[in-house]
Design a protein around this ligand. Structure first.
Ligand SMILES: [Zn+2]
Length: 302
């Protein structure tokens, strides 16, 4: 009998579900609001609500279940940490969701889901070693080798967003200073703009401006400088076959020209050629990756 795969992607503002068939074709897709301000029990009910809709769409047929979440489960405590759905931090959300839905599940960080989906169905389809990057509210990443997700013995793989690139830099929520995320995530760039220009604007709006004052250009140059340094650090360490960008800032076209040059400038190699490409699946990558996570053969332990 054909096996079906339900994926649920938990996000700060919306929860999305998808049903894939065994060839990874989409049979059902729907999204609802997270409404995390109403608390963790309400979020669990929202997850149940969308799961039941997905399950009904396939008439309760046998399926696997995968969940993508911001943050990750601590290896030592099993509790969720660093999630932007803050009411879920400190909770054993995998077992809570399993109990609520009465179905076993696999759970992974949302950037890992993004990288897995892109490596199977998106920009990384024909590459062995894929590093997927999310530049959104924060900076996340996922490492895929031969189609399988590598999470690492400490579930740390891909957490490049909290590598320190300037120990005297801005304070990060993780407790350190000058993390990659404080410079090149949407939030980081917005803070840099706010501090230097005393204005509130969105990072995407700023990056899409057609002209810049001298002060704005200084910030823009610093953004590219740190983009180049942080991506070059990844490439120097693992030499991936491709780097795929996702998240809100990945829509900024200059990242693939001027940004690419800044990366190449910092790679320890005289003729760098690592492709740095935009994702293909867009908003769907997270939820498709969650469904794929449920297929155990795509997971690699450790
Ligand atoms: Zn940090």
């Amino acid at each position: 009998m054909e096996k079906l795969h339900i994926g649920i992607d938990l996000g700060g503002t919306k929860i999305e579900a998808v049903v894939l068939d065994s060839n990874l074709n989409t049979l059902f897709r729907h999204r609802i609001l997270t409404e995390s301000q109403k608390g963790s029990e309400h979020v669990l009910c929202q997850i149940e609500n969308i799961y039941l809709q997905a399950k009904n769409s396939i008439k309760d047929k046998k399926h696997t279940l995968g969940v993508g979440t911001p943050g990750s489960l601590s290896k030592s405590t099993g509790l969720l940490r660093n999630s932007t759905i803050s009411c879920q931090n400190g909770l054993p959300i995998d077992s809570l969701i399993e109990k609520k839905l009465d179905h076993s599940l696999a759970i992974e960080n949302d950037a890992n889901c993004f990288a897995l989906a892109e490596s199977h169905m998106g920009a990384g389809k024909n590459y062995d070693l894929v590093f997927g990057i999310i530049m959104g509210t924060g900076c996340g990443g996922g490492f895929i080798h031969n189609g399988k997700l590598r999470t690492g013995p400490q579930r740390l793989t891909g957490e490049w967003g909290h590598s320190v690139i300037n120990p005297n830099g801005p304070k990060c929520f993780c407790g350190k200073k000058g993390c990659v995320s404080t410079y090149i995530s949407g939030t980081g760039l917005e803070m840099m703009i706010n501090e230097n220009l005393k204005i509130n604007t969105s990072a995407e709006k700023f990056l899409n401006q057609t002209s810049y004052s001298q002060k704005e250009e200084d910030i823009l140059n610093r953004f590219y400088e740190y983009f180049g340094l942080s991506l070059a650090n990844i490439i120097n360490t693992i030499d991936p076959d491709i780097v795929i960008l996702g998240g809100g800032l990945s829509n900024h076209q200059h990242l693939y020209t001027k940004g690419l040059q800044m990366v190449y400038k910092n790679i320890f190699c005289e003729d760098p050629n690592t492709p740095i490409l935009k994702n293909i699946l867009g908003d769907s990558a997270g939820v498709i990756g969650a469904a794929i996570i449920g297929k155990k053969e795509f997971m690699k332990n450790g």
